[in-house]
Design a protein around this ligand. Structure first.
Ligand SMILES: Nc1ncnc2c1ncn2[C@@H]1O[C@H](COP(=O)(O)OP(=O)(O)OP(=O)(O)O)[C@@H](O)[C@H]1O
Length: 509
């Protein structure tokens, strides 16, 4: 090897050593950089997932505060006080609720039952299943033009948005669930491209999907509908009226039919809240609202503790049981006379008892004077002005002063407008049977009655005698059905109170 070759070799080795050294340093620097980058990425991803998690928890708490707080409370309880004390407390609370339900079903359901049922129905049925039913019933919007939402993440992964994954199908979102004793109301927000009428058309299919017999749709806002499912209907069949016969009668609690809970429904004929206005379209069953309590108090009528006066502009319905009525009027003139007699009797009682008692005790000498005023609108609107004003004045006197003196007025009307029944507000108890328009519900039961579930305009024609009551201690409108009083029972009642027979066998629907 000559000197030239040796020099080249030495130079080459030196250059190689320099390259290796540079590469070594570069590799080290790159490894350090990659390590730093990986550490930053891990920290960033961890922070990202943490933020997402926190955001999700906050969103759940905001969107479902009751459920989330319950979960948090249960977890906190178990952590600090142990699960055993939780089980014991829950058992005590459940027993308390069960006892409450046992002793007073209506108040239990209105204050606690419906909250618990709503919660259960929402999470177990409507949230998981309704989107599927809506889609199956054609109530989703397929939108192939939904823009593909692509996100490039730090690690270079492509993430496709949820809307794109579900192949452009948009389903209305459940907004609110409310579960009453018979109906569930599920409010959903429509997606663009839908109209409330689409839901009307699908109502029967939705009822089948929910496995109930009826489903109705209400428009709440231009883009919100309430899909109402009738879970059960304990008032589907006519309710038989009681037997006519001897029984103890409490005039403040007279059996009149059944409630949607399948329980007895009582109304007062004497004392607080006894003046009653019953509104209902033709054939809604106003007469059973009148006859059923009379059947229940038959012994009191016979014994003279209750004296019934009938005003019957149609001259048909009350005439069928004419003997039951102590006073009876058909024409406006007769009606004025009957009302005039009652006002005079009330004044006489006032003079007799003033300063001695605060409420006149009901007895055969001072009986409860019960006025049954059928088609009250016929005389308070469709007569000459003078008669009309006198009738209104006398009804107003009886309803404003009669309670403590033992005078009760019960009016029946087809059209509950202020125009037809100017004294509407003087009846503290109102019952709304099937009416022809939604606005009538508010006129009878007051503002918000319809929104709270008194859907009297949706009572089927086959459900005569079914109606809603509200107020008087009821937090929510209560659906009731009056006991059905057939013609022969009216005749039997007449025979019983006039003393022609002592007792009649069961009169059922
Ligand atoms: N409680 C009830 N249960 C079952 N069916 C009933 C009940 N009440 C009424 N019906 C049925 O509905 C029909 C009409 O009832 P009702 O005469 O009481 O109506 P209405 O409201 O007084 O009508 P109108 O104002 O036209 O007299 C009755 O003939 C009966 O067949």
């Amino acid at each position: 090897m000559d000197a030239h070759t040796l020099g080249v070799l030495l130079l080459g080795s030196g250059a190689l050593a320099v390259v290796v050294w540079v590469l070594h340093k570069l590799g080290k620097a790159l490894a350090g950089f990659a390590e730093t980058l990986a550490a930053v990425a891990v920290v960033f991803l961890a922070l990202w997932w943490l933020c997402k998690g926190v955001f999700w928890v906050v969103a759940q708490i905001v969107m479902h505060p009751r459920t989330s707080l319950t979960v948090v409370a249960v977890a906190a309880w178990c952590y600090w006080l142990g699960w055993l004390s939780l089980v014991v407390t829950l058992t005590v609370v459940a027993s308390g609720l069960a006892s409450w339900r046992w002793f007073h079903l209506v108040s239990y359901d209105q204050w606690a039952g419906r909250v618990l049922r709503t919660w259960w129905q929402k999470w177990a049925i409507y949230m998981p299943k309704l989107p599927e039913w809506l889609h199956a019933c054609g109530l989703s919007v397929k939108d192939d033009a939904i823009p593909v939402d692509v996100t490039v993440t730090l690690v270079g992964r492509k993430k496709v948005s949820r809307e794109q994954r579900s192949a452009g199908v948009r389903v209305p979102k459940v907004k609110r669930v409310r579960s009453g004793p018979s109906w569930d109301e599920v409010q959903v927000r429509l997606v663009p491209g839908q109209k409330p009428e689409d839901f009307d058309d699908a109502a029967r299919a939705l009822a089948s999907a929910r496995k109930v017999s009826r489903c109705q749709v209400r428009e709440i806002a231009p883009n919100v509908v309430s899909i109402d499912f009738q879970r059960r209907n304990l008032l589907a069949a006519p309710v038989p009226c009681p037997e006519i016969g001897e029984r103890a009668v409490d005039l403040r609690r007279v059996w009149s039919g059944r409630t949607e809970y399948g329980q007895d429904w009582h109304v007062p004929l004497h004392g607080s809240g006894s003046h009653t206005l019953v509104a209902g379209a033709s054939g809604a069953g106003k007469n059973s609202m009148m006859w059923c309590p009379l059947v229940s108090i038959a012994p009191a009528i016979r014994d003279g503790m209750v004296r019934v006066s009938g005003i019957d502009p149609k001259g048909m319905e009350l005439a069928y049981g004419r003997g039951i009525f102590h006073r009876y009027a058909v024409t406006p003139k007769d009606a004025l006379e009957v009302l005039g007699e009652l006002v005079a009797a009330m004044d006489a009682r006032k003079t007799e008892f003033a300063g001695r008692v605060r409420n006149v005790p009901i007895s055969a000498e001072n009986p409860l004077e019960l006025v049954e005023f059928d088609e009250i609108g016929a005389l308070t609107k469709y007569t000459d002005r003078k008669t009309r004003e006198q009738i209104v004045e006398r009804v107003a006197l009886l309803t404003t002063q009669g309670r403590a003196l033992g005078f009760t007025v019960r009016g029946y009307v087809q059209e509950p407008t202020k125009d037809t029944v100017p004294v509407r507000e003087l009846f503290p108890r109102r019952i709304c049977l099937r009416v022809t328009s939604k606005s009538h519900v508010g006129m009878v039961l007051g503002d918000q009655a319809y929104e709270r579930g008194a859907w009297a305009n949706r009572i089927a024609e086959t459900e005569a005698g079914v109606g809603y009551v509200w107020g008087e201690g009821l937090r929510e409108p209560l659906r009731v059905r009056a006991g059905w009083v057939p013609d022969d029972t009216v005749k039997a009642l007449e025979a019983f109170v006039t003393g022609r027979i002592a007792s009649i066998g069961g009169a059922a629907a």
